[in-house]
Design a protein around this ligand. Structure first.
Ligand code: FAD
Length: 483
């Protein structure tokens, strides 16, 4: 099988039975032609097509088990050259959407790849969880499956943990264990890409579990076609017609709450079972978090570059690029892009083999990128709005160009650098980044996709080795005392 093509992806998408709810509609027919999914399905197909033809060398490698070419995000890197190849592949996929697609397949493939290398961590008590992770990785790799995942319990009452909610089965948990596997009841929030092939359910990388949380401390993966599994989607932000909504029409990934209505997880798909200790450490102990965060940083650099390019085009189009404060704002975007790339370079330069043999980027710059991003990314939409101003509302539907007011549009919508039609297209793109429902979701995504930034910062504070800096302060005080 190996790396799939866009056509193969779409065929699998439309032939897999699943329970996706869009309002009162259960999507039963071809998912790829539903208005909420058509654009993103076509974009995802485009990504998979890049693995073939001229792109094959840059996007795939030879599978150690089958000899087929498989996606590079599955590669378990051992050399700097392999790390560089992985990064090149991630950047190529990120650039397709200007970094707007948060969940290109390499995000979760990278996580699974690292977990499989560190599979020993999952243990063998009772069941061969370690073997399950290894075999699952190989299965996903060889079949090039698209994964979604869900880590967080429903937002019902954050003042207490999952076991103290009004109903102990609000958060997904173990209902029972039987000969076939583990039965899960409850829900998780949120899963981006509800049209994936498989869903991985793992513990949060931020929220910690205690002994009370035993039945909630689980890790597993099942096909989306599993009986009892339901995805309840949000309203689609995919705008129509496409020319009026240049980004949302192609890149609305969709997000869903996932309901487990007594879902049977077969034993060979269970990775963590009623084990808060392993649940709390799985992503750190296997370095899955490093490889996921590295992928995210590559995408973030791509997005910062794209938004810097867009802000420059908007400013130049209306002759605002000469104003120092506009230049300063675009400089901020360029600084963000360069900072994210510098983090990546530093992490690669200081990469070391981890205890499982993976050449692993240094987590200090990667974790710093992970914590800086939710602080800087929200400024993107602010900057685009400050530069575009009312021009962001001078975006009539594209068929205005075929209307009786075409002459007025040609005259009054022209800009310093472009004809009316081109200027409107540029500003529609800017609005989709900064102000549309799609843009709003992008802003929220960047703030939260890797966890609550407040608790992440707290964890960063505790984790960062501040001792050498403290020591320097003390040394300076000592030297003054000595004077
Ligand atoms: C667009 C989008 C897509 C996403 N896609 C996915 C996905 O595919 N898979 C996935 O698993 N997750 C996904 N997420 C969810 C993401 O993991 C969470 O948003 C993130 O972990 C924060 O959790 P929460 O949203 O439940 O916020 P909450 O935990 O409900 O936080 C709400 C507020 O309360 C505060 N708060 C809550 N508890 C505490 C506490 N103990 N201490 C201090 N402050 C607290 C927070 O700081 C925040 O201000 C997505 C999120 C978004 C926005």
């Amino acid at each position: 099988m190996g790396a799939k093509s866009g056509k193969e992806f779409l065929r699998r998408l439309d032939s897999t039975p699943r329970e996706i709810w869009y309002g009162d509609e259960r999507i039963t027919g071809n998912v790829s032609s539903h208005r909420a999914f058509a654009g993103i399905a076509a974009s995802m197909a485009r990504l998979y097509d890049m693995q073939h033809g001229d792109g094959s060398e840059a996007m795939t490698y030879v599978s150690p088990s089958s000899g087929d070419r498989v996606g590079l995000s599955f590669l378990q890197p051992k050399t700097p050259g392999e790390l560089a190849k992985r990064r090149g592949m991630m950047k190529a996929w990120a650039d397709v959407s200007g970094g707007m697609l948060g969940r290109t397949p390499d995000y979760l493939n990278s996580s699974l790849m690292a977990m499989a290398a560190g599979a020993e961590f999952f243990g063998k008590e009772g069941h061969d969880y370690a073997g399950n992770v290894r075999r699952y990785y190989e299965y996903v790799r060889e079949n090039d499956l698209l994964l979604t995942h869900t880590l967080i319990n429903p937002q019902v009452n954050r003042a207490v943990g999952p076991s103290k909610q009004a109903d102990p089965f609000i958060a997904a948990r173990v209902l029972e264990k039987n000969d076939e596997g583990v039965v899960i009841r409850g829900a998780r929030m949120l899963a981006t890409l509800p049209f994936a092939d498989e869903i991985m359910v793992f513990p949060s990388t931020v929220v910690r579990s205690g002994q009370d949380d035993m039945p909630y401390s689980i890790g597993f993966a099942v096909p989306v076609s599993t009986k009892g599994l339901k995805f309840i989607c949000r309203e689609s932000f995919a705008g129509e017609p496409a020319p009026d909504h240049p980004l949302s029409s192609m890149f609305d990934e969709q997000d869903a709450v996932v309901v487990f209505d007594d879902v049977l997880v077969p034993w060979d798909r269970v990775f963590i079972l009623e084990d808060p200790e392993r649940a709390n450490r799985s992503s750190e102990a296997t370095d899955a978090i490093v490889f996921m965060a590295q992928q995210a940083t590559v995408r973030e650099a791509a997005k910062a570059e794209f938004v810097a390019g867009l802000a420059t085009v908007v400013a130049e189009t209306i002759g605002a690029d000469q104003f120092p404060h506009v230049q300063e704002k675009i400089a901020d975007l360029l600084l963000t892009a360069e900072t994210m790339k510098a983090f990546l370079d530093a992490a690669d330069a200081r990469a070391r083999p981890n205890r499982w043999g993976l050449l692993t980027p240094d987590y200090v710059p990667i974790n710093s990128a992970r914590n800086l991003w939710p602080r800087v990314a929200p400024s993107f939409s602010v900057i685009i709005k400050q530069i575009g101003a009312s021009g962001l509302m001078a975006i009539p539907p594209e068929d205005v160009m075929r209307s009786a007011v075409r002459k007025d549009v040609d005259k009054y919508y022209q800009s310093k650098l472009s004809e009316a039609e081109e200027r409107i297209r540029i500003f529609k793109l800017a609005w989709d980044v900064a102000g549309s429902s799609f843009g709003g979701r992008q802003d929220l995504y960047e703030r939260f996709f890797f966890g609550d930034p407040v608790r992440m910062a707290s964890a960063y504070y505790s984790w960062y080795n501040k001792e050498p800096y403290k020591e320097r302060v003390k040394a300076l005080l000592r030297s003054r005392d000595g004077n």
